[in-house]
Ligand binder design. Structure first.
Ligand code: SAM
Length: 320
């Protein structure tokens, strides 16, 4: 299959991923990370299916991806929750997905992750804002699935900044901590080592309020509608660092604006991305072009099916 555009480390395709995924080499992918169109019961601009059909449909891609994963590979899938149509009660779709991916497709649940998006607007307005019957829900479930019980992972690559209290403790342990025996009989002394940050928990706080400056600006310049449901760059970056090494292959099969490809390129990982909507694929090239003035031309070329090769060296240098 011919890529819509390529960069130094990646390639973006415009196709139905059910057709595209089988073209990948078996056992080649270290990380699949994606955010599917969700079975929200309110139609969104990017094509949702109703719940039962949706599960079957989604599991088809996930089954196909499994053969493409390396034995130490992972699939990270962001599946937010949803309310049932016209009712203040929730669907079980993301839990059903998880159970079937594990019990039928042979994945392991490495860990369930909760993505706290403080910028998420409270929905549905009817239950949360107007009638005040339900709580705001800034958490999305993100399932970390693995092909075997031992996916590659290193949490020291995603250390979180120390709290102010911990910083003080590290500076002057004697002033802030008295060594004593805990009820558990563990003895905690006051020799604290600065490890460069604290170990991350499975509650990730990443606001989705970033302006995506360059991407949005270039969409405007080319007079095209930006993708309506983009990842914050911090989400794919976190999992790419945690679960892959430089040079590994990262794949997003519902790539949208290709936030994943951009994060992978910045982090020196190879990437492949696919979306069935040519306009989304074309705008995603804006993440890799050298200057704003290239946006309209790159968009036109990709829309007419001309394969485009984009420079990206500058971007990698910018990573530091
Ligand atoms: C939630 S969006 C992904 C957004 C992406 N994470 C980002 O940061 O821009 C889901 C995407 O899946 C794409 N999609 C839906 N069905 C598809 C299919 N069969 N094959 C490939 N892409 C598909 C839609 O066009 C949409 O862009």
């Amino acid at each position: 299959m011919i890529a819509a555009y390529t960069t130094e480390l990646g390639a973006a395709y415009c196709a139905d991923s059910m057709v595209w995924l089988p073209t990948l080499e078996d056992g080649s992918v270290s990380l699949g990370i994606t955010s599917p169109p969700f079975a929200l019961l309110r139609q969104k601009a990017y094509g949702n299916k109703i719940e039962d059909e949706y599960l079957e449909w989604l599991l088809g891609f996930v089954r196909e991806l499994r053969t493409k994963l390396r034995d130490d590979g992972s699939l990270v899938i962001d599946l937010g929750g949803a309310y049932r149509r016209g009712s203040p009660t929730r669907t079980l779709v993301q839990w059903k997905f998880l159970i079937r991916a594990v019990e039928e497709l042979g994945y392991y649940l490495a860990q369930e992750i909760y993505w706290n998006n403080p910028g998420k607007l409270p929905t549905p307005i009817e239950w949360v804002n107007k009638r005040k019957l339900r709580l705001k829900d800034p958490l999305n479930t993100v399932w970390w699935l693995s092909k075997t019980e031992w996916p590659k992972a290193d949490t020291t690559r995603v250390l979180q900044p120390y709290s102010e209290r911990m910083k003080k403790l590290l500076k002057d342990p004697a002033a802030y901590f008295t060594p004593k025996e805990r009820p558990s009989q563990h003895h905690v002394d006051n020799t604290f080592r600065d490890n460069g940050g604290s170990l991350p928990s499975h509650l990730l706080t990443i606001p989705n309020t970033e302006s995506n400056g360059e991407y949005l600006r270039r969409c405007k310049l080319a007079s095209v509608t930006p993708h309506p449901a983009r990842f914050p760059a911090g989400l794919p970056s976190f999992f790419i660092k945690l679960l892959t090494d430089p040079g590994d292959l990262v794949v997003d099969f519902f790539a949208g604006s290709n936030t994943t490809g951009e994060a992978a390129e910045r982090l020196g990982r190879r990437w492949m991305a696919c979306d069935c909507d040519r306009s989304y694929v074309a705008t995603s090239a804006f993440r890799f072009i050298e200057g704003d003035e290239e946006a309209p031309g790159a968009y036109r070329a990709i829309m007419t099916g001309e394969p485009v090769s984009l420079a990206s060296r500058q971007m990698r240098l910018a990573v530091g």
